[in-house]
Design a protein around this ligand. Structure first.
Ligand SMILES: [Fe+2]
Ligand SMILES: [Fe+2]
Length: 183
């Protein structure tokens, strides 16, 4: 029985490593980085994103950690990194098919008025629903973060991460937008 348990343990360890190397699961060091900055509520929000969005959010957060040391006016790096990890939390796993990601991005960047016209909150219209999720994800993510008790600063950064550049310079939002566009 003990030998059988050991075999199962070896198989599970092997399977986990295969998942990490195939990119099906976040590696322990990536999970540890996110958990270092997120409380239970933040981790819950992070976990309900797709792996693609989790990876993108981790790249955004790491970019910010690297850049923040050379940037003036970052009042609270921890909150900014939390916002980076959760800025796309309004896109929930399974809502945007991977093959729609590029077309949705193209519509958002090139035809913003078309996106508003074509977006529908109807899951049976999968592409148009994906346009809808993309359209509302900043507001929706902020609402979810607020409901789960994240700080007003984090909520505000999530809500505005796609806003056009504000009239006054806000270093945290500027760095988040820069990191988001480059990662
Ligand atoms: Fe976004
Ligand atoms: Fe993003």
């Amino acid at each position: 029985m003990a030998a059988h348990g050991r075999e199962v343990g070896v198989f599970m360890g092997w399977w986990e490593r295969l998942c990490y190397s195939l990119g099906i699961k976040l590696s322990p060091d990536k999970q540890a980085f996110a958990k270092e900055y997120l409380d239970d509520a933040g981790w819950f929000l992070f976990s309900q994103m797709s792996l693609l969005d989790q990876r993108h959010s981790l790249r955004v957060a790491r970019y910010i950690v690297r850049k923040a040391a050379f940037q003036r006016g970052i009042a609270d790096l921890k909150e900014l990194v939390q916002a980076a990890l959760l800025h796309d939390a309004g896109k929930i796993k399974g809502e945007i098919l991977w093959l729609y990601r590029l077309p949705v991005r193209l519509v958002r960047d090139l035809l913003p008025r078309g996106q508003k016209r074509w977006a529908v909150r109807d899951k049976s219209r999968s592409f148009r629903y994906a346009l809808y999720v993309d359209l509302v994800h900043a507001t929706r993510g902020a609402y979810m973060a607020k409901s789960l008790g994240l700080s007003p600063k984090v909520v505000s950064l999530i809500k505005r991460h796609h806003d056009p550049r504000p009239n006054f310079y806000e270093p945290e939002l500027a760095l988040l937008q820069e990191a988001n566009s480059r990662n």
